[in-house]
Design a protein around this ligand. Structure first.
Ligand SMILES: CC(C)(COP(=O)(O)OP(=O)(O)OC[C@H]1O[C@@H](n2cnc3c(N)ncnc32)[C@H](O)[C@@H]1OP(=O)(O)O)[C@@H](O)C(=O)NCCC(=O)NCCS
Length: 201
């Protein structure tokens, strides 16, 4: 079966959560870093297709969903939506915890859920959209990442969105090389991450 790119369907959600975890440590498997395997997906995958339908695409191969790109067209609006519609339920279900000192990182994601950093970054005016893209190792280096970004860029252009940005962990050298190859511009550091932008005009 040839690999295909198609719009997200609600039945893809479990695969998105799995893939998010399996690629969640600067591109490598993050399974050992979290006691609750769903927390990463709750922050970096699940909210996007709910908040911004039409901007999530999946890559499918013979074994099923092997990758995705999730996005929002408007980062400011998305932040407000998280606050009103996504985080309250998670906060009630998952109280803040202290670092148990065993190397797990649940407490860091819980901090994000309970006390999200409200970002008011001037760059978001020109590049209001942002994305997260992840492919399982079996699906990498086959052109699917490029095709996912193209599908998303077309959908954003149709909505008149002028640009998009993302943050990539500086340790993720493969990810940084990928974004460079497909035309992103390095807008500078943000802690341990690089901020990258893409003009859609
Ligand atoms: C990063 C990722 C999305 C790239 O997708 P991909 O399908 O593997 O990349 P593609 O095959 O579409 O490659 C597109 C271009 O980027 C280059 N590229 C992709 N991965 C690369 C790597 N690890 N090192 C160097 N170049 C790379 C390809 O050579 C290709 O260049 P070309 O068109 O000039 O030949 C994918 O590998 C992935 O999901 N990795 C794990 C999770 C991750 O790191 N996500 C990003 C977090 S910000």
């Amino acid at each position: 079966m040839p690999e295909t790119i198609r719009p997200f369907h609600a039945t893809d959600l479990p695969a998105l959560y799995r893939i998010c975890l399996l690629t969640g440590d600067a591109g490598a498997d993050a399974t050992g870093l979290y006691s609750n395997p769903d927390l990463l997906g709750h922050v970096y995958a699940g909210p996007y297709p709910v908040a911004d339908p039409g901007l999530t695409f999946v890559a499918v191969d013979a074994q099923g969903v092997a990758g995705y790109v999730v996005a929002t067209a408007d980062t400011y609006r998305f932040q407000r939506w998280l606050e009103s519609s996504w985080y309250p339920v998670l906060r009630a279900q998952h109280p803040l915890t202290q670092d148990p000192g065993d190397g797990t990182r649940d407490h860091m994601l819980l901090r994000t859920i309970h006390e999200p950093e409200v970002v008011d970054e001037p760059l978001y005016k020109r590049y209001p959209a942002h994305l997260h893209i992840d492919l399982l190792p079996r699906a990498q280096r086959r052109g699917l990442g490029r095709r996912l970004i193209e599908a998303l860029s077309d959908a954003l252009r149709e909505r008149g969105v002028p640009g998009l940005h993302l943050g990539v962990d500086a340790r993720n050298t493969g990810g940084v090389a990928f974004y460079d190859r497909i035309g992103f511009t390095d807008a500078g550091p943000d802690g341990g991450a690089r901020v990258l932008t893409l003009d859609l005009a």
